[in-house]
Design a protein around this ligand. Structure first.
Ligand SMILES: Nc1ncnc2c1ncn2[C@@H]1O[C@H](COP(=O)(O)OP(=O)(O)OP(=O)(O)O)[C@@H](O)[C@H]1O
Length: 300
């Protein structure tokens, strides 16, 4: 069972929101769809779900198009949260899950398990509007997974959560992954993406600027960094050939280089210029890669 997005475009008037992306997500995979604000992530999700028709290209799940008729296979946590404020948690979930074909008894059993897991058992009969934003988000998450979908689409699932709730949700996502759910998610928090996803795509203005296996991307990415801890002013390292940028930080500097070999020249340059407590060549973080590939003032 594979999700295939094949040369897909979406045009709104003159604006090409998604401009020819191709990706494959295999069964059981955890896939990250990344990009700056307005890059086309939500539009892509809506096309995958069959809520929007692609202008060009084809999207399939197990070789069939996804549509509302097959919606019980899909769980969706939308970016614009869509719960009815006046309904209680129980009423809301009974309504949404009955649309997916679940019996009342099965819904209540699964709902209580999830509420227990998220430490909000007492909220079953509270109105959505009475819940804090974070707890509303937990309910929205439950609404996307209660029916045990094969394909789970999570649009910014971690936004607005405190660290404890974020960990709770992350663990739930990891458990669903272990149970074999295919998960596609977007996040602006690169740390979460690094922890969770295996493959990813970075969109910029609707186009893929980077895609593939996260570990391979990090290993092969040209951008390397040296972290130096020293009390000396290290700004002179900017003049070493191959150095892109020297960022002054609390304990010293972070030097970004074109390639790993430049580290030797950086090391030579600081030798005999005073005491250095720490010198370490590190792989770029996903944050560094994202800023390098998806950054730029015209992305907003
Ligand atoms: N229904 C619509 N009509 C017209 N333009 C739209 C519509 N939906 C999205 N767009 C435009 O398409 C582009 C992509 O939007 P989209 O919501 O997919 O971005 P995103 O990557 O999800 O952004 P964010 O991180 O801010 O949620 C934006 O320029 C947006 O203004």
């Amino acid at each position: 069972m594979t999700l295939v997005v094949n040369h897909v475009k979406k045009r709104f008037g003159k604006h090409m929101a998604v401009d020819g992306i191709t990706l494959t997500v295999n069964k059981g995979e955890m896939f990250g769809l990344l990009g700056a604000n307005g890059a086309g992530k939500t539009t892509t999700f809506r096309m995958i779900l069959g809520l929007l028709e692609p202008t060009e290209g084809v999207i399939t799940w197990e070789n069939h198009p996804l549509s509302y008729r097959r919606t019980n296979l899909i769980g969706y946590l939308p970016e614009e949260r869509g719960l009815y404020p006046k309904l209680t948690v129980k009423e809301q979930l009974l309504y949404l899950m009955s649309l997916k074909g679940m019996s009342k008894a099965a819904i209540l059993r699964a709902l209580r398990e999830w509420l227990d897991r998220f430490d909000i058992r007492d909220y079953e009969n509270k109105k959505i509007e009475e819940l804090s934003k974070g707890n509303q988000q937990k309910i929205q998450f439950i609404a996307s997974v209660l029916h045990q979908p094969e394909l789970l689409i999570l649009d910014e699932p971690f936004s607005g959560l405190d660290p404890v709730n974020m960990e709770m949700l992350k663990e739930a996502v990891l458990d669903l992954h272990e149970a074999g759910t295919t998960i596609v998610f977007s996040s602006h928090q690169m740390g979460n993406v690094e922890e969770l996803c295996e493959d990813l795509i970075i969109l910029k203005k609707g186009k893929a600027v980077l895609q593939g296996n996260l570990r391979e991307i990090k290993r092969s990415y040209g951008l390397k960094k040296v972290i130096i801890h020293s009390d000396n002013d290290l700004s002179y390292l900017q003049s070493v050939p191959g150095v892109i940028h020297v960022e002054k930080v609390k304990d010293g500097a972070i030097v970004r280089m074109e390639k790993e070999e430049v580290a030797e020249a950086v090391f030579d340059a600081i030798a005999n210029k005073g005491f250095v407590r720490h010198f370490e060549v590190v792989e770029p973080s996903l944050h560094d890669i994202f800023v390098d590939k998806a950054g730029g003032e015209d992305d907003a």
